[in-house]
Design a binder for this molecule. Structure first.
Ligand SMILES: CC(C)(COP(=O)(O)OP(=O)(O)OC[C@H]1O[C@@H](n2cnc3c(N)ncnc32)[C@H](O)[C@@H]1OP(=O)(O)O)[C@@H](O)C(=O)NCCC(=O)NCCS
Length: 160
């Protein structure tokens, strides 16, 4: 970003954001950072997505996948390269954790290769086996499940 004034917003996604979201998803799938998502699956789960925009352009995405009243997962988190380091990732995580808290979901996990980022967000490293729901639903279908290099991280929310 240059010294000119920019407008940055982090907010729930709407279907109007789909083109920008899909462009970002494709970019990060190509880099191997996030799992592929179809436009239909994003459209069908649009209420579970948060986006960051910079001057109206989608520069960040993240979603919350709810497994049960007790457990949710942060998925598809990505901030475009030119917008990294400006706090968008933190704001997206804050928003997703607020969504989980609004559902009174006390535990939110992620599988990630950027552990230090999640630690900055208050997550701690844990065992993947702590989340059999995930293993049952996604990992068992993954071709590299025996060589997975993703680390499980978890945040415990204080639910009133
Ligand atoms: C990880 C990612 C989402 C972070 O987004 P970002 O907008 O650059 O992060 P922020 O600017 O909000 O950073 C928040 C804090 O985390 C730290 N941080 C960010 N990326 C980090 C990294 N890779 N390693 C260590 N710390 C990191 C920042 O320094 C900052 O610390 P501070 O609070 O002390 O200032 C972004 O780098 C990205 O999209 N990476 C590629 C895709 C990816 O790996 N996604 C994760 C899939 S689980």
């Amino acid at each position: 970003m240059t010294s000119t004034v920019h407008t940055a917003v982090v907010r729930p996604a709407t279907v109007d954001d789909l083109p920008g979201m899909m462009a970002l998803i494709h970019e990060f799938v190509r880099r191997g950072d996030i799992l592929p998502r179809t436009e239909l699956s994003v459209r069908m789960s649009i209420n579970d997505w948060v986006i960051a925009t910079l001057d109206g352009q989608v520069v960040g995405i993240g979603s919350l996948l709810i497994y049960s009243p007790l457990l949710a997962e942060v998925r598809s988190l990505a901030v475009s390269e030119q917008a990294q380091g400006y706090g968008f990732g933190r704001k997206i995580i804050d928003e997703l954790l607020s969504m989980a808290a609004a559902y009174h979901i006390p535990t939110v996990f992620a599988l990630t290769r950027v552990v230090p980022f999640f630690e900055r967000m208050g997550f701690t490293v844990t065992e993947k086996e702590a989340f059999p729901e995930k293993i049952w639903r996604a990992c068992r279908l993954c071709p590299i499940q025996d060589n997975c290099d993703e680390i499980a991280v978890v945040a415990k929310l204080e639910i009133e």
